[in-house]
Design a protein. Structure first.
Length: 137
C-alpha cells in the first residue's frame, strides 16, 4: 500500500511548554522530524502555537504507521467507516499528555491529530477503504 503523506498536528496552549508539545508529536511519529510552528493569537490576546509535521517518504510513513498499530492495536484503527473521509484521508488521535510521557494511547480531548492519505488508483472512497482493511488485516 502506498501513501501520499502522513500529517501530525497539535496545539500548544498558552499554559503549555511548546517544546513538550513538539516532543509529543515526535513521540507519536517515532521519528526526530522537523516540526513547523505557527503562532496564533487567541481572542483573549494570549498566544497559542500550532505545531505541524508532515511525512512524505514511504519508509517513514510505514514506520510511523507500524508503530501506531503496535501501540494502539487494531482497535485504535476501529470504525474505519467513520474515520475515513471522501478524499481517502484517515483520521486518528493520540493523547498529547501521554505522548509527552512516551506512551502512545488514543486521545480525544486536545490530542495529537494524525491524518494519513492513502494512494489508490483510480481513486474512490471504497477502494481506499478496501486498501486500509487489507493493510490492517
Amino acid at each position: 500500500m502506498k501513501f501520499h503523506w502522513l500529517r501530525l498536528r497539535a496545539t500548544a496552549h498558552p499554559t503549555e511548554v511548546v517544546e513538550r508539545v513538539e516532543s509529543a508529536i515526535k513521540t507519536v511519529a517515532q521519528l526526530d522530524l522537523p516540526v513547523q510552528r505557527t503562532e496564533i493569537e487567541t481572542h483573549h490576546g494570549a498566544t497559542q502555537v500550532l505545531l505541524a509535521a508532515e511525512l512524505k517518504r514511504q519508509a517513514e510513513i510505514r514506520a510511523t504507521l507500524q508503530g501506531l498499530l503496535s501501540a494502539l492495536g487494531k482497535e485504535g484503527f476501529a470504525d474505519l467507516e467513520r474515520r475515513l473521509d471522501d478524499d481517502g484521508i484517515l483520521y486518528l488521535r493520540a493523547d498529547k499528555q501521554e505522548a509527552f510521557q512516551g506512551r502512545i494511547v488514543p486521545g480525544l480531548k486536545d490530542p495529537v491529530a494524525i491524518q494519513v492519505k492513502v494512494e489508490v488508483h483510480p481513486f474512490s472512497r471504497e477502494r481506499a477503504m478496501a486498501a486500509w482493511v487489507e493493510y490492517l488485516a
